[in-house]
Design a protein around this ligand. Structure first.
Ligand SMILES: *[C@@H]1O[C@H](CO)[C@@H](O)[C@H](O)[C@H]1NC(C)=O
Ligand SMILES: *[C@@H]1O[C@H](CO)[C@@H](O)[C@H](O)[C@H]1NC(C)=O
Ligand SMILES: *[C@@H]1O[C@H](CO)[C@@H](O)[C@H](O)[C@H]1NC(C)=O
Ligand SMILES: *[C@@H]1O[C@H](CO)[C@@H](O)[C@H](O)[C@H]1NC(C)=O
Ligand SMILES: *[C@@H]1O[C@H](CO)[C@@H](O)[C@H](O)[C@H]1NC(C)=O
Length: 478
């Protein structure tokens, strides 16, 4: 215990920013019906979570974090990087509005994440030019604001910025961006700032059917990776140490590392389920609280779980699992037993639900009705059907159940507006819960006033599309 706190003390000394033991969480807000920030902050407190990572600097969450002592990482979206790169004044305004003013109000902001995975291959190099200059300008603005010692910059990068032939010690940064990443690393090093990396064993499994599944977890594996005298039995350690090796080979072997995102989704894919998510996240939490660290970096690991709450408006381009990373559901219910500290997860308190009503397929409607397919695809396109599909939580539904699930999702997303349960008379409202033991037909939550305008836009857009779909049907009939 003593040695442990000494190590932590050393960390604070070297890096200026206090190191908080225990796992942090990512708090994303790409959701149609966000829990009110005060409820979320109460959840953080009730669960003993002392670090939170945000993807922006939204007013609601930051105000709710005032005077809580919780350490905060605020974020800058990628699309702001070009303007921050070319305009020092814009960087100063960003820091003044989104950092200084909140710190003065008692928000414990310790990090600014400049961009989020800006070098993803999917972005076609869009942010290669602007990321480093934006980082430099934000750092300059922090120094100018007198925050240079208390607030550190970093860039959460996807683990694909480095690669290895198989063993961590083979590692180096990806050849096509190596010199850029090294310039960033040098800049971070000069400013006593950490390297932030997002590591996803689930994605390794999702992308490679031959990936040995037990290597993703923390319970030993039949296929360990032997690297010299070191044996790796889990992906996290191996992936993390691949980064350590890449840094070391380039002269930055002591650079502090933050794992910005790590977690396992609970639905939307055959390997995304509650059982695996529980197993991975509990193994991760235990690994981190053991303080053992990785073979290349014994000692505390600084990591943020992805994620705190499910987000129903995340893009599903990466896969249907994308909306199911939360350890809590959208309404703050624990999905499974997880011990973060001494006790099980504490759910959200004071959540207000809409009425106990669901939209389902009218029992008298026919499955052969020609409007079924288009109604379902409309509902799924505008709401969320990612729990339907092969080996997902709702895969046991029959055809009517599937259709009802889609209808209900759209109806709830539109705050149970009766017009959102029309579907050419295929839909009907019921007060009998259609949920099955594994498949939850959710009831939507009420949204605090701060968020209502955004919601209204979603709804209006939905009805505009609905109207045009009906028009198409009419035209077909004529
Ligand atoms: C502060 O952050 C918010 C949310 O991320 C962003 O929309 C806004 O533009 C930022 N403010 C300034 C002055 O850049
Ligand atoms: C802010 O967080 C740091 C790191 O956890 C901690 O050392 C410090 O006491 C916190 N400050 C406040 C005002 O709570
Ligand atoms: C990247 O390129 C692909 C193929 O040309 C394109 O479909 C995609 O929209 C581009 N993405 C971005 C972010 O520019
Ligand atoms: C967990 O339990 C230990 C020993 O009983 C205690 O010292 C510690 O304060 C507890 N931690 C939390 C977060 O409750
Ligand atoms: C229900 O929907 C899922 C996903 O769209 C599909 O795979 C399954 O075959 C459907 N089941 C029936 C009985 O239609």
């Amino acid at each position: 215990m003593k040695r442990f706190s000494r190590i932590i003390g050393l960390f604070s000394l070297i890096f200026g920013v206090g190191y908080v033991s225990g796992i942090g969480v990512n708090w994303g807000t790409q959701t149609s019906h966000p829990l009110s920030p005060s409820i979320v902050v109460q959840m953080l407190k009730d669960n003993g979570i002392q670090k939170v990572k945000l993807f922006g600097a939204e007013e609601g969450p930051l105000n709710a974090l005032k005077n809580t002592g919780i350490q905060v990482m605020v974020g800058i979206q990628d699309d702001m990087l070009p303007s921050l790169a070319t305009d020092m004044k814009a960087a100063e305004t960003w820091v003044s509005k989104n950092v200084s003013s909140y710190i003065n109000d008692g928000v414990n902001i310790s990090y600014v994440a400049v961009g989020n995975e800006p070098f993803l291959k999917a972005y076609n190099g869009s942010y290669l030019q602007s990321t480093l200059p934006a980082l430099q300008n934000i750092q300059g603005a922090l120094v100018k604001a007198g925050l240079g010692n208390n607030v550190k910059v970093t860039i959460p990068l996807n683990a694909d910025v480095y690669e290895s032939g198989g063993k961590p010690s083979d590692a180096d940064f990806r050849a096509d961006i190596k010199s850029l990443v090294l310039s960033i690393v040098k800049f971070l090093d000069n400013n006593a700032s950490p390297f932030t990396v997002n590591i996803y064993p689930f994605i390794s499994l999702y992308n490679d059917p031959n990936f040995p599944i037990d290597y993703a977890f923390f319970e030993g594996t039949s296929s360990p990776v032997i690297d010299g005298s070191t044996t790796y039995t889990n992906t996290l350690d191996a992936n993390h140490d691949t980064l350590v090796w890449a840094l070391k080979k380039n002269g930055f072997g002591n650079m502090p590392i933050i794992i910005g995102e790590i977690g396992w989704p609970s639905d939307g894919d055959m390997n995304a389920n509650v059982q695996y998510a529980q197993k991975f996240n509990q193994g991760l939490v235990n690994h981190i609280s053991s303080g053992v660290g990785t073979p290349m970096r014994p000692g505390p690991i600084d990591a943020y779980l992805f994620s705190l709450i499910d987000e129903d408006e995340k893009s599903i381009e990466p896969g249907n699992f994308e909306r199911h990373w939360g350890i809590f559901t959208f309404d703050g219910q624990a999905k499974y037993q997880l011990k973060l500290g001494n006790s099980s997860l504490v759910p959200a308190k004071g959540v207000k639900y809409l009425q106990k009503k669901w939209c389902v397929m009218n029992p008298s409607a026919s499955l052969q009705d020609p409007n079924v397919a288009s109604s379902v695809s409309f509902a799924c396109g505008n709401a969320d059907c990612t729990s339907l599909g092969y080996k997902t939580s709702c895969s046991d539904l029959d055809a009517r159940g599937n259709i009802s699930y889609a209808f209900n999702s759209y109806y709830q997303k539109n705050d149970q507006d009766g017009r959102a349960c029309g579907f050419s008379n295929l839909g009907t409202i019921t007060n009998i819960d259609p949920s099955t033991p594994s498949c939850r037909f959710p009831i939507m939550i009420e949204v605090s006033s701060g968020f209502s305008r955004r919601l209204w836009r979603v709804q209006e857009h939905g009805f505009a599309v609905l109207a045009s779909v009906f028009l198409l049907f009419l035209m077909k009939l004529v």
